[in-house]
Design a protein around this ligand. Sequence first.
Ligand code: CUA
Length: 316
Amino acid sequence: MYPQVFSAAQQVDKAFLIIFGFAVLVLLAVTVAMVWFLWRYHYKRNPVATDIKGSVLLEVVWTVLPLVIVMGLFWTGWTSFQAMRSIPENAMVVGVEGRMWSWKFTYENGKTSSELVVPVNRPIRLELTSRDVIHSLYIPAMRVKWDLVPGMDTEAWFQSDREGEFDIFCAEYCGLKHANMITLLKVVTQEEFDGWLEGTPDEPGGKPRGLALMEEYGCFDCHAMDGTADVAPPLDGIGGTDRPVVLPDGTARTFKANAAYLKTSILNPGAAMVEGWGDEMPPYEGDLSEEDADAIVNYLLGLDESGNPLAAPPHP
Ligand code: CUA
């Protein structure tokens, strides 16, 4: 079981255990009663039918007792629901965008990230949107699972009482790469968080900007860099001369991409699709600036920021 690091998680677990425990009790009681009735009222032991007149007492008991039990179960669910839905006023706001098939977290200062990084012991308010289909943000350790619906703003919150890394999943089937729509929640100290929030995304590891952007935008969830094709064409050496490509239907063809083609493929894939590939890729126009798109194109073509060839061929 995932650790409990969020106070409202205790409420959720309590409600789950009470309802589950009660369901097991009912299962046992019904099974025992059924077996006993089978034996007790077998026709060999009861050759003559009995005319039963009914019992007011029994009827009252089996009406009132379940009513009390169901109201009790409702109460445990309702109180934990309240805890999960009452977002503290002072919560830090993080925008969460789901897209096929990656996550984008946007902070109040405009910084974006593909991982959710938050300070410890601070309530976090997640404002959820989707740019294509229905996704569901699932953070088991925080007992948070909430849908992201296109055209609708939803929200969730949590507060972690310890540092650590926790899984984030998509819990709503959203297409071919649904299972790959995973990322991390990183809970760090306030100082670490402040440093991270102010840092630029290009710095870690001195990566080329184009590569850092492709990782941030989840390009490699679908596109490989080793020549293999799954749901999307491989991108290694895509600017090379007459690169052989095998389409999903098995046909082979050669293919050469130039900068303009690559840029269109990123910003408005529908206008540039290579035949045979699906149209699953969402358009990044409006999400990715022209500059960022150019950085990715330069990286894919094996060029540096100023358009000069890189020393090593691009490979993540
Ligand atoms: Cu997004 Cu499943």
